[in-house]
Design a protein around this ligand. Sequence first.
Ligand SMILES: *[C@@H]1O[C@H](CO)[C@@H](O)[C@H](O)[C@H]1NC(C)=O
Length: 428
Amino acid sequence: MRSSLLRLKMRLRPVLLTLTLTVSVAYYVYIPLPASIQEPWRLMLVAAAFRTSMHLASLRDWLGCDGYFKSVRWPPESFDGSGKVGDSSESGGGVVPGVKVSDITFAGIPVRVYEPPAGGEGHLRRGLMYFYGGDWALGGTERRSSDALSRTVSDELNTVVVSVVYRLYPEVHFPVPYLDCLAAAKHFLSPELLAKYAIDPERVAVSGASTGGNLAAAVAQEISNDDTVSVKFSIQALIYPALQTLDFNTPSYLQNQGIPVLYRPLMVRFWLRYLGADLSLQPQLLVNNHSSSHHSAVSPELRARTDWTVLLPPKHKRNHRPLVVGRGSPGLVKEVPGLLDARASPLLAGPEVLAKCPRTYILTCEHDVLRDDGLMYARRLQDAGVTVTNDHHEDGFHGCFSFTVWPVEFDVGRRLVRGYLNWLQNNL
Ligand SMILES: *[C@@H]1O[C@H](CO)[C@@H](O)[C@H](O)[C@H]1NC(C)=O
């Protein structure tokens, strides 16, 4: 009797161990997600991988090893991607044969140029300047996907694509990344350079995703309003851009605060880093203490430019209420002047600036804290007389536009890229 019990215990032990392990892994991975997100388990796994890498990074920082950011960023030298969007192979498999890639500099800024296979002989090609995302710091997470995207755009749309390797946090903060991008853009638009690459000056785009979309919008505003620049961008294509810092309580910030991989507190941290501010300010920004109503620096005019109660369609307002605090922390915008700078928050630019912006494509995702930044910008550009296409995806989430390369591949990501390519094909 005793011995058979013992045997049973011995046999059960591995079963129990496996069960415990499975439950803890599931507990670590599981996040409740809205039903309209497809492939939810895949997204949970990606989120768990992100979480783990962040924990490992903090551990490494805590141990005093070399900075995490340096280890995962985008060094063009070690660029290995050569696939196209939708290839299931890792690097090397889906080579786009004709696309010529060169790592050079534009006005001192490192860039990677992708030239399409069709020769420039006699006919002109399109041009597109691309700023990758990655939260002004982690160029690395975007590395392979933006490389794949650039090759695809170059090959399929007969376009000279220029991906700008602007400097990143923690070495620099605003306005340096913006100024890097602006300098590269001005160089790209110079008649001599366009002639050298056989680019049609009437067909040059600026584009970027997430924080790269922020830079694209800011650079487009500056170029459009600078009389000394003769060739302008003919279109801007912004993929779920980050555009404002006055209100971190928009309906999309609240609705999607827990949706991977861009959580609400994380986006606020990215802004603080970008603006060179102390990360301890995060709790104040989360409750909109920096943009309180008793604030002389935040004029009613400025506030109106990010007023979602007016700028969003009813469908997205739902039953949310605006959060405007009375007193707040009036010293904050003095401490962090970037908070009110339209070069960091393009949504703060006046209507006269927006009116000069080129034809616009804005991609927004329902499950994204930045959704309302994009929707408000679309509305304000339209009000200023600009032609805008808002490509809104009910099943999209932040980051999915980059999730097109193995092993992080989503159907929704591939669909978004397809839509973007089609729009460029018809409008650039
Ligand atoms: C926001 O400002 C109010 C009023 O000054 C202050 O009492 C509160 O502690 C602040 N909140 C945070 C999170 O700092």
